[in-house]
Design a protein around this ligand. Structure first.
Ligand code: SF4
Ligand code: SF4
Ligand code: ZN
Length: 335
């Protein structure tokens, strides 16, 4: 067969499919079927058997029960599952629209602030000024409830106990933050090369006051590998000593609904006791700034636009993410 024959035949298969697809929908979620919903061996959707179905695992799971369930029972089961799946999809779609709407609104507002700043400062150039949106740390401080304190201590005890079951940090199985150690080394290298870059990032973090710490709750990301490393470096340390060091650093007042160590003046834990993720983490816009600045000789000025929500509730439907502060950070002013 010539190549042109294959192409023509493929086009025919596709147009046949498109004609069918105009009427074909997944029987579970009612999504219109696309060529990707066909099996690799069949140019038509899976309608040649007894039903049409999309690629969703949930839809397939529902239809898989057709062969094992009594027909009337399956009919009710299908109707119920269809409703659930469709409701979930509607919710997901509406959330996607909500997120897209917020992103667009914020982008437009940020752009407006950026343009106004440039207009008021003729020495700045739109090619060098870096727009960096940042969130806000939790500002409501409360006396630390005994129950939160106890939960943190339980977590520490548990983690210290686990750490002591290994003989070296290299034995601790990797967790979801296992790459934070390498990231930390990379950031430290960049900051060593450019202390001004670090100072600029520190200025933004000081302005934000821990918008990324909101999820630390009563674990503060302390994991066995963090403790095991301390044990490796100081073999004379007893489990009780480590626990005592951490508990001695618990602040009497802490940010509400955030990490237990988040205080008015920042993190209550010394850097050496913090998790790698805490020492290495930068939110998306700052990480991008660090990456972009690594190769430039003269640090570009930053326009930091701070919004009211923290790093994890930007799209919260009940809390508008308003602009709360705007600052121009130029490296020659932060030395
Ligand atoms: S890394 Fe980002 S979210 Fe975290 S404190 Fe700094 S500015 Fe705030
Ligand atoms: S331990 Fe400190 S740096 Fe880490 S999440 Fe808590 S407050 Fe933030
Ligand atoms: Zn489906």
């Amino acid at each position: 067969m010539r190549i042109t024959d294959t192409v023509t035949s493929d086009m025919r298969d596709h147009s046949t499919f498109n004609a069918q697809a105009a009427t074909l929908r997944c029987e579970v979620c009612r999504t219109p079927l696309t060529p990707l919903d066909s099996t690799p061996f069949d140019a038509t959707p899976r309608s040649s058997s007894t039903y049409s179905i999309c690629r969703s695992f949930d839809c397939k799971r529902v239809m898989d029960q057709k062969t094992t369930m009594e027909p009337t029972l399956f009919k009710h089961h299908l109707a119920f599952q269809c409703k659930l799946i469709q409701q979930r999809q509607e919710k997901e779609n509406s959330h996607k629209q909500h997120v897209a709407g917020i992103k667009l609104k914020e982008r437009n507002e940020n752009q407006e602030i950026f343009t106004k700043t440039l207009a008021s400062a003729p020495l700045l150039s739109k090619n060098t000024l870096q727009l960096i949106p940042i969130p806000s740390g939790i500002s409501t401080l409360t006396k630390l409830p005994e129950e939160r304190r106890n939960r943190y201590i339980d977590h520490l005890k548990n983690v210290i106990e686990k750490a002591s079951t290994y003989t070296h940090a290299s034995e601790v199985p990797p967790d979801q933050h296992h790459d934070a150690y390498e990231k930390l080394a990379l950031n430290e290298r960049s900051f060593k090369q450019s202390p001004l870059l670090q100072a600029t990032c520190d200025s933004m973090c000081a302005m934000c006051k821990g918008g990324c710490c909101a999820d630390g709750k009563e674990h503060a990301y302390i994991s066995p590998v963090i403790i095991r490393r301390q044990m490796d470096a100081n073999p004379e340390l007893q489990k009780e000593d480590i626990l005592a060091t951490y508990t001695a650093n618990i602040a009497p007042e802490s940010a509400q609904n955030a990490c237990i160590n988040q205080t008015k003046t920042g993190c209550a834990l010394p850097r050496t006791l913090r998790a790698d993720i805490c020492n290495s983490y930068f939110c998306g816009p700052i990480s991008t700034y660090i990456k972009n600045m690594e190769s430039v000789e003269i640090l570009k000025p930053v326009l930091a636009i701070q919004r009211s929500n923290h790093a994890w509730n930007r799209f919260d439907t009940s809390k508008p993410n308003n602009v709360v502060d705007v600052r121009l950070i130029e490296s020659d002013q932060i030395q």
